[in-house]
Design a protein around this ligand. Structure first.
Ligand code: GTP
Ligand code: MG
Length: 245
């Protein structure tokens, strides 16, 4: 009885928090993605009533309108050596049958360095994460194979081994983002799916995964991507319980 009361209390008074890893090769756009998310959603340290500093556009008296893309472009984002973390309050912008469950959700992002020498650190985070965002530079055709191999390594890492049944397949949703679609040389989604990534579908068969096209610099597809991910995090709750904050 006490347990029931205490778990109901937790559910109604606390927010669910999901940990998301942002992975991908160096220069893919991981930090740019995170910086843009910080402009689009309120941080957990802001008051409830407080909107994000820049919902999409900001206009001040007498000032030209600055979009969030303008703000991102004015920042100097350096290659990541350690990690960047940010926790945001997720807000859904679309009505679905899950809308009621979309309330009171925090997303904690870990943006990790993508250089080859840093990738062996990633697996340390696998046990605590609820979802993965894997960012692909759609213009870097020479490194598509490396992207594919890196993704497959993640999916089959021994950190995922289920102690009960010995199964070693990733059991959190993987959202792959084909980034930099604003650039003319970017390979589009259809060509990506039929090219080097064609085997991904069968390789990740047992995994909840999706490939979407975005431009994290120009704010194309960012909110839609998070909507998909949060839906899948909720479906995967029985595998990976959220933290309550
Ligand atoms: N045109 C365009 N450029 C982008 C986009 N996303 C990122 N970039 C650029 O790509 C470069 C690398 O971006 P980062 O966000 O630093 O990449 P990263 O994945 O964090 O790289 P590491 O920290 O080294 O792992 C920067 O010059 C960005 O401005 C995009 O959607 N469009
Ligand atoms: Mg970075």
């Amino acid at each position: 009885m006490f347990h029931l009361a205490s778990s109901l209390y937790t559910q109604y008074t606390k927010r669910e928090q999901y940990n998301i890893l942002i992975l991908g090769l160096d220069n893919a756009g991981k930090t740019t993605f995170l910086e843009h998310i910080k402009l689009l959603y309120p941080s957990t340290t802001a008051n409830d009533s407080k909107k994000p500093k820049h919902s999409n556009q900001e206009a001040q008296d007498g000032e030209a309108i600055r979009t969030t893309s303008d703000i991102i472009k004015s920042k100097r984002i350096l290659p990541t050596v350690g990690q960047n973390t940010t926790t945001i309050k997720f807000e859904s912008s679309i009505e679905t049958h899950l809308s009621s469950q979309f309330k009171n959700i925090n997303l904690k992002f870990w943006d990790l360095g993508g250089q080859k020498s840093l990738r062996n650190m990633w697996s340390r985070y696998f046990k605590q994460c609820h979802g993965i965002i894997f960012i692909i530079d759609s213009t870097d055709t020479e490194r598509f194979q490396e992207c594919y191999d890196t993704l497959i390594d993640i999916a089959h890492d021994e950190s995922w081994i289920d102690e009960n049944n010995g199964d070693a397949t990733v059991n959190v949703p993987i959202l792959m983002l084909a980034n930099k679609q604003d650039l003319p040389q970017a390979v589009d989604l259809v060509s990506l799916k039929t090219g080097v990534f064609i085997k991904l579908v069968s390789e990740l068969e047992a995994t909840d995964s999706k490939l979407l096209s975005v431009s994290v610099l120009e704010n194309q597809g960012l909110k839609e991507s998070l909507e998909w991910l949060v839906t899948r995090l909720i479906y995967n709750k029985t595998n990976r319980m959220p933290e309550y904050k």
